[in-house]
Structures are given as C-alpha cells and as structure tokens.
Design a binder for this molecule. Structure first.
Ligand code: AMP
Ligand code: MG
Length: 350
C-alpha cells in the first residue's frame, strides 16, 4: 500500500549514528566556525576532520528527503520553506562549503577510478532553482569530468526519435558526472500537461523510464534525481526579482506566466512522476527549495553522502613507483649538475 510522505522532521535533530554525544545547536555552530577557520589555515587534514565532524552532527537529508519506492507523493504536504535547524544562510554556509569542497575531491576520485559514473537530474517548476543549484553546488566540480546538459523543446531530429534517444546520448560515460537541467521527465510533465501526445502514449512512459534508468544503473551509473520544491508564492517573488534586476531580464519568458496558470496540472504531473519513478536504483529526492541556501546545503550533502557510500579507491599505479622515484632522482641530479654549470659559466668559472 502506498503512504503519503511528509518532509517535516519529527524531531529537530537526529542523534549521531556513531554513538558519540550529540552537540547542542550552539555547540555545533561554534565547532563549525572553529573548524571553518582552522581548515582555512591548515589545509587538507584539518579540513577532512572538520568534514567528518559535520557528518556526525548533521541531519541525514539522504534519508529524510528521499521518496521511498511505492510512496504516493503529495507536494502540498511538503514544506517548501523547511530549513532544518538553520536560522539563515550564514549558519549553513560553513557546512555547505565543506560539502562542496568534499564533492570536488570525490569527483576527482570518480574520474581517477574510471569505473562508474554519476547522473544528477534536476527538475522544478519555472524559477525553481535548477540553474542556481548547478552554479552553487555542482559548480565546484572539475569541468574535465563533469558535463551539464539542458533539455529544451526537442529539435526536429530529436522529435523524430523515441523520447529517450537524446537522453541516452547524453548519459555519462565511466568516470564522468552528467547533470541534466530538465530531462526525459519533461516527456511526462509538459507533454502531459499540454497534451503534446495522447494519454495512452505518456502513460506508458513511466515504465519505459524506470527500465531505461535501470539499464543505466546496471551499466555502472549512479542516478540521483532532485525535484526542487518551491511554493507558488516563492515563484512569484522570483519572477519579481527578475523584473527588478536588469541582469536577469534575459531569463524572463512569456511562458513563465502562461505556465504558472497550469501550476496545479504540473503539480499533479510531478506527483505522479515522483511516485511512479522513485526506485531503489534511481531515487527521487524532494528538496525544500524556497530558501536557496538550504537547497544548496541539502543537495550538496546528498551528492557527497552518495559518493562516499561508493567506497571509491584510487586505481593501483600502472608503473613501478620505486623505479620511477629512482629515475626522478637521476633526472634531478642531472638537472642540478646542468644548472650548476650554467651558474658557474655566468659567474665566469670553469
Ligand atoms: P528553459 O529550461 O527555461 O530554457 O526552457 C526549456 C523549455 O523546453 C521548457 O519550457 C520545457 O518545458 C521545454 N521542454 C523540455 N523538454 C521538452 C520536451 N521533451 N517536450 C516539450 N518541451 C520540452
Ligand atoms: Mg524558463
């Protein structure tokens, strides 16, 4: 039987899972501030200890915001303005930065290991924060191993194929992270809301999507799907910000306002997609998105925790490191001798 899921936490702070004493809110803040400055001064080792300290004392958003397979999602029961224990952006910032820093390290490891890939899918209502999430959270990754794909209205060539064709072409290869700004889910969202295809076509797509995602997972891709959940009021506030800020005028489109009229239809379509396609192998997370800074914290934590759980390892070197060290020393001595000669010539010595 399906059950509804409510994102509001039952208690303000979960106990640490490692058996250590829980810290009070102010102690956590003190520690974060302390670790923040220490990490800045002393580099990697301290940074990591701070990171693990944060992990012990944080809420587990990976459990909290995940849609359990079979659950029926009701978005109006989920608090888009949820911000956990944090008062404001400043109180979450140190923690978020630790996660984004760690994300970069883990992505480097994924790239070096070259065994599997990560696919991150972002969906939201207009102005829901997809671009901002990519910029703030996922922007910390090295572009060499990460690609962002934005899916727009299909081109003539794309539309002449099955709906998953263009998606499959963009799926990440081993060692790579791919981020989808919109995705194949548009084919059960906009296509459904605007009857771009008949019901008998879109209604079969949920199973097709689940099968497709399973085949990617079986081939070594880890999939995380984020629905950035904003309230209708927050959308209007963001539209206003766009009007008030000339640097954001380019983002405004007529369709923002026409699509807003379909808010309830989109909500229903999202609820069905989230309920039908959150699987063990490719989970959906509903991220409270009214506070951009909280959204950034939650997404970065979930991506980091997922990558940590893979227990990735650097590959064994393909060369004999001892032998390479010996060759390095020879080269160093050679270079030293040559430099010495040059210096001596400059000084007029033989
Ligand atoms: P934006 O993300 O603001 O650049 O807008 C992209 C537009 O492309 C949105 O209006 C989407 O609904 C639309 N779009 C994306 N994928 C599809 C699709 N498969 N079929 C129809 N429209 C789509
Ligand atoms: Mg838009």
């Amino acid at each position: 039987m399906s059950s509804q899921q409510d994102l509001k936490p039952v208690s303000p702070a979960l106990p640490p899972t490692d058996g250590s004493r829980g810290l009070s809110g102010s102690e956590v803040q003190q520690r974060l501030a302390q670790y923040g400055s220490k990490a800045a001064r002393s580099g990697q080792a301290r940074h990591l200890s701070a990171f693990y300290s944060i992990r012990r004392n944080r809420m587990n958003y990976r459990d909290q915001f995940r849609i359990k397979p079979g659950n029926s999602v009701k978005l109006d029961k989920m608090d888009a303005a949820f911000k956990d224990k944090h008062e404001d952006q400043a109180s979450a910032l140190v923690e978020t930065e630790k996660y984004t820093h760690r994300l970069r390290e883990l992505q480097y490891l994924l790239y070096a290991e070259d065994k599997r890939s990560l696919l991150i899918i972002l969906q939201a209502m207009d102005a829901g924060g997809k671009d901002g999430t990519i910029n703030h959270v996922l922007g910390s990754m090295n572009p060499q191993g990460a690609k962002v794909y934005g899916f727009k209205v299909p081109s003539a060539e794309e539309a002449a194929h099955d709906f998953l064709w263009r998606i499959h072409l963009a799926a990440p290869h081993r060692g790579q992270v791919a981020i989808f700004n919109r995705s194949h889910y548009e084919d059960v969202l906009v296509s459904r809301v605007h009857s771009l295809v008949p019901k008998k076509v879109w209604s079969k797509r949920y199973d097709l999507i689940n099968d497709f995602e399973k085949s990617l997972v079986d081939n070594g891709t880890h999939i995380l799907k984020f629905y950035l959940h904003i309230s209708k009021d927050e959308q209007l506030r963001r539209f206003k910000q766009r009007i008030d800020d000339p640097t954001r005028h380019w983002k405004i489109s007529e369709s923002d306002y026409t699509e807003r009229e379909y808010w309830d239809d989109y909500t229903k379509a999202f609820e069905d997609a989230l309920s039908s396609c959150s699987t063990e192998h490719a989970p959906w997370f509903v991220i409270p998105g009214d506070h951009k800074w909280f959204r950034n914290l939650a997404v970065s934590q979930i991506v980091v925790e997922t990558l940590e759980s893979l227990k990735m390892e650097f590959p064994q070197p393909t060369v004999d490191i001892k032998e390479i060290k010996a060759r390095y020393h020879e080269a160093e001595e050679d270079a030293g001798a040559k430099n010495g000669k040059v210096k001596n010539i400059k000084k007029g010595k033989k």
